[in-house]
Structure formats: structure tokens, C-alpha cells
Design a protein around this ligand. Structure first.
Ligand SMILES: Cc1cc2nc3c(=O)[nH]c(=O)nc-3n(C[C@H](O)[C@H](O)[C@H](O)COP(=O)(O)O)c2cc1C
Length: 340
């Protein structure tokens, strides 16, 4: 019989999967600490977007997505994660602690989600006109509810157009705000860069792909002409996809962490069904537009992300930091590092 894994081996395995979570501008704002048989997840506030995300909401959503990966990776080893989500006023960086006291075999659905952790990519642009697999939206809605969030699909044309208009207005404002542009520049390395964080030019199209209604993407290239070339020059009809909002009933740090967990569940479930998801947080970074969306398009629930879901062939590639750079022992040493 093979030897059971040590806590250190488990932590290394789990963190190597956790880092593939999505994060705003691929800031990867997380640190993991292994203490006995428990992993603590901390937010790395040095990596917070000081201008775009002053309250750390997007930072906590990003950490919540990493937490979902931690839980799923433990399931892939046959452990049952015991999770305490804990943003705590006395320890604002602490996001959650996860132990693995019991064992139970992974089920087929969990296995399918886990198989997408490294290969799923954020989509940027339009979708093919093909419909989504029939049961997908219902599965996404019920999955998100498990993480105490909601996925609101904006099915009628008027509300969808209003949401697209909010994204257009936000993008227009952000592109004219020097401070925000300087912050974006810090996270958008030039093609060929060796950076292991930020949004690489291999992950967005060089030419904006428009759809009707139009949900403009962020201008990661900032006029440099960076990005991936179009897959073909054919001018087929391109779709905006099914548009919706991820929301929570309250707006506390714990709700942001839960949104991140729900987000990652949505992304992996869609990916496992051959669908892709585009994310737009531009209008939610402007308080007055976020309030407009909350009151007019989400029945008073707090909106966190605009999502578009559709079918498409993806070519995007992303990057991540070495898991060894984000996993520490309680004293601050890297796990496995030997003091001399
Ligand atoms: C809170 C949050 C906000 C995001 N906002 C946007 C966005 O406005 N536009 C976008 O293209 N991607 C957005 N993303 C996706 C990230 O840019 C993406 O996760 C990161 O670059 C890593 O790439 P990957 O998801 O393909 O692995 C967001 C992700 C998170 C977690």
C-alpha cells in the first residue's frame, strides 16, 4: 500500500491548483500558510488595485476563487474539506482556513470540474451563434446558490442593452482616467515579457470583437497593438452571449469571498460543458454605475461581476506565479525551505 501523503505534500499539491484561479488583472493576490494539517488563505494587500479596488472587493473575490480551487483540489485527493470563511476585522488579510479531517471518494461531477482548473481561460470578445447546452444555465444558477450568491440572467433585450450600456459607459470613463490607466499599465506586460502575473498579450484579441449589444472589453493593449490575431478573416455573425450578473444579498467581505467561490464554480462548470465565460468588472468599479446596476438591474442585490456565457473556440493563454512563491510555513519561510 502506498504511504499516505504528508500535510506538506498535500499543501504543495493543493496550492499548485489554487493558483490557477482567476483574479482581477491576474494580480494573484493570495498567500497560503500551512500550519499542521490546515491551510490558511490570506489576501495579499500589496497586490490590491489601490485605484480600481480601494475596498478590496475584487481582491476578496479573487481569493474566494482560489479558495474554491483549494476545496476542489482536496476533493480530488479524496479528502472532505472543512472550510471556515473568516474575513475578521482583527485580521483583515485572513480569508479562510481549510482542514481535511475526513475522507470520501470524489464524484464524477467534481472530477469534471477539477479537470478544467488549469485549462479554463477567461474569454475576451464575442461568441459563436451556437446555443449553450440546454441544462447549463439551470446548473450554473443552482451551483452559485450553494456558495450563497446568485446568478441573474438578463434575458429581456431592454435589460441586456442597459447592462451593455453600463459596460460601455464605464469603459469610456476608465480609458480617460490617467490614474487608472497607470495602474492598468502595471498589470499589462508587453508581449514576450517573462512576468508570471498580469494580463499577458496572449490572452486578449488584438482587435476588439464587437457584438450586438456591445460589451466592450478592457483596453489591455492601451494602443500598443498587442494581442492575438483573429482566428479567421471571415465576417460571421458574432454573438454577445447570455449576459448576467453575479450578486449577493449583502456587501460584506464574506459576501465577496463567497462571490469568488461562486464565480469559480460558474467558470469551471461552463468550461466542463464546452462553454466559455467573459467577465466585465468595469462598471462595478465606478460606485455610481454599480448603484445604478444594483437598483435598476438586480432588484437591489449587490452586483459583483458582469458575466457573458457562450460557445467559442478559445486560443487564450495565461500565466501564473510559481506555487512555491505563495506557500509558507507559519514563521514566514517557504514550505520546504531549510534554514541554515
Ligand atoms: C474580480 C475579477 C474581475 C475581473 N474583471 C475582468 C474584466 O473586467 N475584464 C476581463 O477581461 N477580465 C476580467 N477578469 C478576469 C481576469 O483578468 C483573469 O482571471 C486573469 O487575467 C487570469 O486569466 P484566466 O482567467 O484566463 O486564467 C476578472 C477576474 C476577477 C476575479
Amino acid at each position: 500500500m502506498s504511504q499516505p501523503m504528508t500535510a506538506e505534500q498535500i499543501a504543495r499539491y493543493v496550492v499548485a491548483e489554487a493558483v490557477w484561479a482567476p483574479s482581477v488583472h491576474n494580480t494573484q493576490p493570495w498567500r497560503f500558510v500551512l500550519d499542521e494539517a490546515e491551510i490558511s488563505l490570506y489576501a495579499d494587500h500589496e497586490r490590491r488595485l489601490k485605484v480600481a479596488d480601494p475596498d478590496g472587493r475584487e481582491l476578496m473575490i479573487s481569493c474566494g476563487a482560489a479558495l474554491f480551487n483549494v476545496r476542489l483540489a482536496l476533493r480530488s485527493l479524496g479528502y472532505v474539506p472543512e472550510t471556515r470563511v473568516l474575513p475578521d476585522p482583527d485580521q483583515p488579510a485572513l480569508v479562510a482556513r481549510v482542514g481535511w479531517p475526513e475522507r470520501a471518494g470524489i464524484d464524477e461531477f467534481e472530477r469534471r470540474l477539477f479537470s478544467q482548473v488549469r485549462t479554463r481561460r477567461t474569454h475576451r470578445g464575442a461568441f459563436d451563434p451556437e446555443p449553450l447546452p440546454s441544462a447549463l444555465l439551470a446548473a450554473l444558477r443552482s451551483g452559485v446558490a450553494r456558495d450563497k450568491a446568485a446568478l441573474r440572467i438578463l434575458a429581456d433585450d431592454g435589460r441586456r442593452a442597459a447592462l451593455a450600456a453600463a459596460v460601455q459607459t464605464a469603459e469610456h470613463e476608465l480609458e480617460r482616467d490617467g490614474e487608472r490607466l497607470r495602474e492598468l499599465a502595471r498589470w499589462t506586460p508587453a508581449p514576450g515579457s517573462a512576468c508570471r502575473d498580469g494580463v499577458p498579450a496572449s490572452s486578449y484579441p488584438a482587435r476588439a470583437e464587437h457584438a450586438n449589444p456591445d460589451f466592450p472589453g478592457r483596453d489591455f493593449a492601451r494602443g500598443h497593438g498587442w494581442g492575438t490575431p483573429p482566428l479567421s478573416s471571415a465576417t460571421s455573425i458574432r454573438a454577445a452571449g447570455v449576459a448576467g450578473l453575479l450578486t449577493t444579498a449583502a456587501d460584506r467581505p464574506v459576501d465577496w469571498v463567497n462571490t469568488g467561490q461562486a464565480l469559480q464554480r460558474v467558470l469551471l462548470t461552463a468550461s466542463a460543458c464546452g462553454a466559455a465565460v467573459a467577465l466585465h468588472s468595469q462598471p462595478l468599479e465606478l460606485p455610481w454605475l454599480r448603484e445604478f446596476i444594483r437598483t435598476q438591474l438586480s432588484d437591489g442585490a449587490y452586483p459583483h461581476l458582469v458575466v457573458r456565457i457562450g460557445m467559442v473556440t478559445q486560443v487564450a493563454l495565461s500565466v501564473r506565479r510559481d506555487p512555491g512563491d505563495v506557500l509558507f510555513a507559519p514563521g514566514g519561510d517557504r514550505v520546504g525551505a531549510v534554514r541554515v
